[in-house]
Ligand binder design. Structure first.
Ligand code: KG4
Ligand code: ZN
Length: 349
């Protein structure tokens, strides 16, 4: 079975073709638009209306390029999987309407995918050894949550952020350090080059169930402000970046360690844009008694391969996106586990 995956929940327009067969799967081709960062850089963040318009322009080109790269005619596609939520409403609408058009014109079935389910299963794409159950930490620009991935379509919430996402804490601090949007990776480079810091940020949310990054973000902003006249010194900038990265990573890893000791799980996967962070990877890999898994660089950030992959699994359960089903800007992934049989069909009807 060959599934075309389409992803447009935020600022990446992406398409992928995945061949799913009895003994495994193979990504035949995948394309991600790189044009959007330049649009949003100018405003220092994602502008939803501009992102939706960019998706509309990108999608036909990206799908055609993906088919071309795989050397496949459209007729070979068995099903189309598209991100139905959560995400920016206009962006989701652009993707789902485009996918509906393709499905209608080609007579192929359409499946609506939960973007977070894509992130939860994305580490499997690059790590066939990653078996259920495992603890998954989803850390991106829009989301920060921990789920127990009991099985396909059976997820249990452990903790979620009550305010900002970890990626936002990286990006907003990066901006105050004078780095361009989205800034997280650039801040990480400065921090890694510095390798140490004379600055210290408070450790947050150690005694709370949920994640919260607003306090940390404010503390980082105050620290940067207090050292404003020294920011021209690259050593000072590096040390500030190091202190900020350490505080964010420490907050995440402390929660992961707590969840591991509470659940007794022996596998942990980190996924989403921030899972590209090397300091975070090092810390998670060093947790004793667990095996850690990370997606490849391409599959950390928003991508369509993870959507095609979940699409293939859901296609097999017989799930289809009904014509009248709306897109969902909010859609907690654990709601997919509502059915006792774990098929998750209920939440998608
Ligand atoms: O998953 P993603 O592409 O989009 C969302 O769904 O939000 O994640 C993007 C986020 C941004 O906040 C970006 O700064 C952050 O991931 N990011 C990083 C690194 N690479 C990307 N944050 C810290 N260190 C990195 N190396
Ligand atoms: Zn994402």
């Amino acid at each position: 079975m060959i599934v075309l995956g389409i992803e447009t929940s935020c600022d990446e327009s992406a398409a992928a073709l995945l061949h799913y067969h009895e003994s495994g799967w193979k990504i035949l081709a995948e394309e991600i638009s790189s044009s959007q960062t330049d649009i949003h850089k100018f405003y220092g963040g994602v502008v939803p209306e501009l992102a939706s318009r960019a998706h509309l322009a990108n999608l036909p080109l990206i799908v055609e390029a993906t088919l071309g790269a795989a050397g496949l005619p459209f007729g070979e596609i068995s099903a189309i999987a598209v991100t139905r939520g959560p995400g920016l409403l206009g962006c989701l609408l652009a993707g789902v309407h485009f996918a509906r058009g393709l499905a209608f014109a080609s007579g192929r079935p359409l499946i609506g995918i939960n973007h977070i389910e894509g992130h939860l299963l994305a580490p499997q794409l690059d790590n066939p050894r990653l078996k259920f159950p495992y603890l998954a930490l989803v850390v991106s620009g829009g989301h920060t949550e921990m789920q127990i991935v009991h099985d396909f379509a059976h997820y249990e919430l452990v903790a979620r952020t009550t305010d900002d996402a970890a990626g936002e804490a990286f990006d907003k601090s990066a901006r105050l350090l004078g780095l361009e949007y989205p800034g997280g990776a650039a801040l990480a480079r400065l921090a890694d080059a510095a390798g140490e810091s004379s600055f210290m940020l408070p450790r947050v949310m150690r005694h709370r169930e949920s994640f919260s990054f607003s306090g940390l973000k404010t503390a980082a902003a105050l620290l940067i402000e207090r050292n404003r006249e020294r920011l021209a010194d690259s050593r000072v900038r590096g040390e500030l970046a190091y202190a900020i990265q350490e505080a964010i990573v420490d907050a995440l890893v402390t929660k992961v360690e707590g969840a591991i000791s509470n659940t007794g799980l022996t596998r942990v996967a980190v996924t989403g844009g921030v899972s590209a962070n090397q300091a975070l990877r090092r810390r998670v890999s060093a947790i004793a008694g667990v095996e850690s898994f990370f997606p490849s660089a391409l599959h950390c950030t928003d991508n369509a391969a993870m959507i095609a992959y979940v699409g293939a699994l859901r296609f097999q359960t017989g799930e289809r996106l009904a014509n009248e089903s709306p897109v969902l800007s909010r859609w907690p992934v654990e709601s997919l586990s509502q059915l006792a049989d774990g098929s998750g069909r209920l939440a998608s009807i």
